[in-house]
Every structure is written in structure tokens, then in C-alpha cells.
Write a protein that binds this ligand. Sequence first.
Ligand code: SPD
Length: 388
Amino acid sequence: MMKKYLWSFALSALVLVGCGKKEEPPVAVLAPAPVASAPAAVAVNTEEKLLNIYNWPDYIPEGMIAAFEKESGIKVNYDTFETNEALHAKLVAGNSGYDIVVPGTVFAKPQIEGGLLQPLDKSKIQNLANLDPAIMGTLTKADPDNKHLVPWAWGFTTVGINRTKVSKALGAMPMPDNAWDLVFDPKYTAKLKACGIAYLDSPTEIIPVALHYIGKDAYSNDPVDYKAAAAMLAKVRKDVRLFSSTMIDDIAGGKACVAIGWSGDINIAAARAKENRSKDVIESLLPSTGALIFFDTMAITKDAKHPNNAHAFIDFYLRPENAALMANEMNYPTGNKAAVAMVKPEIAGNKTIFVDADYFAKMIAPSSFTNQAREAMANAYNSFKKGK
Ligand code: SPD
């Protein structure tokens, strides 16, 4: 049981470091988690029985929406987006039609500042009590006072490999100590291009990991740093086969043998390959210099037409059994402390899902970018992608 709380200790430390405070003993984190799983008794909801949700692909257990619809009588339209940029553009354009969206905190911060998300009515979310105070603390970097966001899941951006194919492609060359070399060092990419190198297709996914690789702040707002990252990336551009928005299929289906991807998705690809009885072994790696943590969060849009239904769904998702189901099926850690005891041992014990405290200490916490920086980053990324 103690092991399950290790990442919680580490998160506490992350919050304290992020806030520039002195580390204190994580007493609050050790306190037994409150379990509040009963449906909330709420005031009469006169809204039309409809809810529009916009989330990332492969992020919700099968049957969860149907279970909510059956219990609440609310019909859910569930759409997906592939990048934070795509969601952000919809929110900025206005009238998205979505009630609940799931931005990463890197984008949620400017969305809150820009008035694109509304404060939650916490009296309608009894299950907020189940959330991990350490994770809620980390979210204050994007959402001071925790007014707008609750965690959907968290994870990290890292390198995923098909070990069988990578070993074959590298031949006598040993695996590097730092897994980022596999996707950024021409010595390795020249050998791996034959079996396929895939990058996530988004400026704010690739430029930060490239900055980290060249020893700069992954969340630098300085366009001069983006030029340095783009110069490094230019050297491997000819070796990158795919800019992918279907990473799970691309890795599991053999289009790529090495990828910059998200921890849970790489683990889903690994599980899928096993289900398909592939002999190839797919793995999510833990680069020696650290991977980039992300927090994806639920929020209600400013112009949501069904805010009561949105609160009802958030409360439903925050039941421990539902948050645990997400972790068990989607391979991402939950920010729901009451759910941790319900996470299957093989998931809780997988060090590439719930990393141990030592590795966690090496990971890079998310921050945010100014609007101008995002524009400069997009320009650097697009030139790199075009090979110019
Ligand atoms: N399959 C769900 C993946 C969710 C990934 N969100 C990642 C955001 C990282 N910046």
C-alpha cells in the first residue's frame, strides 16, 4: 500500500518546489482518503437532458458513458481531439458547443486567463473530496485556488519503442543511456529510420522535449531557444517517417518502431500488441534525463449550454470506482486518491505508468507558454516539419 503513495509524496514535493516553498513532511498525503461514492443529492435539474464532451482519444473506459447515460437519463455526445492546439482553437473561436473539455494544464492556464472556462460550482461536486490534495496543489500553477479544473488523468511524454525491431535495427550498436537519443541523435535515427520513427504532431509536444534534450528549459518562452531546438531537429528531419495522431495504432500496427508519445498510450500499444499475439515487445521508456509530465483536466466551457449536466458528469467521473476504471483500462495514473486502492496491482506496479519516486524527481513539471511564444513555437515546428 505504501508503494502506491510514493508518487503522491513526489507530487507533494513537486508542488512545493513549484511554489518555491520549503518541503514539509507529506503528512496530509498519508491521511486516509475519504471515500464518497454515493450519487450527490442535487437540486432539481431542469436542463435539457444533453451533454457535449470533448476529450482526447483512447482516454475513457468502454461503457462509462453508457453507464452515466443510463443512470442520469442524460444523452452524451462524446467527441475527440488530438492536440491541445485543436481544442484551444475551438475554444478561442467560441460557440464550440461543448460543455466539458479536457485541456492539459499548459493550455488550461491561458484558457482560464482568457475567460474561456467557467468556475466550477463545487456544491454540485460532492466527490471532489476524493481528489488527491497533492495533485490539486500542482494544478494551482495553472488554476490558482482550484476554481476551474479537476484532474482527468496525468502521465508523461516519453519515448516508446518496439524493442524487438529497435534491437534488430541497431545491430551491434548498444541502446543509449538516454532514450531521447533514439529520436534526436542522428547516430541512432539514421539506423532507426528504416523501421520507422514517429513524432507526435504538435508544436507544444515536440518543441518542449527538444528543448529539454538540448539542455534548455522545456517551457522556455524565448523564441531564440526555439530556433536552437529547431536546428537540432533539422538534423534528424529526414529520418522521421510519421507525424502521428494515431500513435497507438502506429506503434502496435508496426508503422513505427520508435516514437515520441504519451506513457499511457505506449502502454496501450504494448497491451494491444500482446492481444494480437505479436512476438514484438513494445515498451515505454524512462529517459535518463527525465520525461515531461502532463496533467489533463476537466473543465466547463464559459458558454456551456448544459452546466448542470456537466457538473453531474464530473461528479460521476470522480467516484473512486470510475477513476480507478480509467487508470486500469487507459494506463494513466488518476488524480483521485480514493481510487488508488482500486487500481489493479499490475497497473499500480508498472513503473512506466506509476513511476517510482526516484524517477519522478527527475521528471519535468509542466508550465505554460505566452500566446506569442506559442505562435513562435508553431512557426519553428512548422518549418521543421516542412524541412525548411
Ligand atoms: N490517449 C489519451 C492521451 C492524452 C494525452 N494528453 C497529453 C497531453 C500532453 N501534453
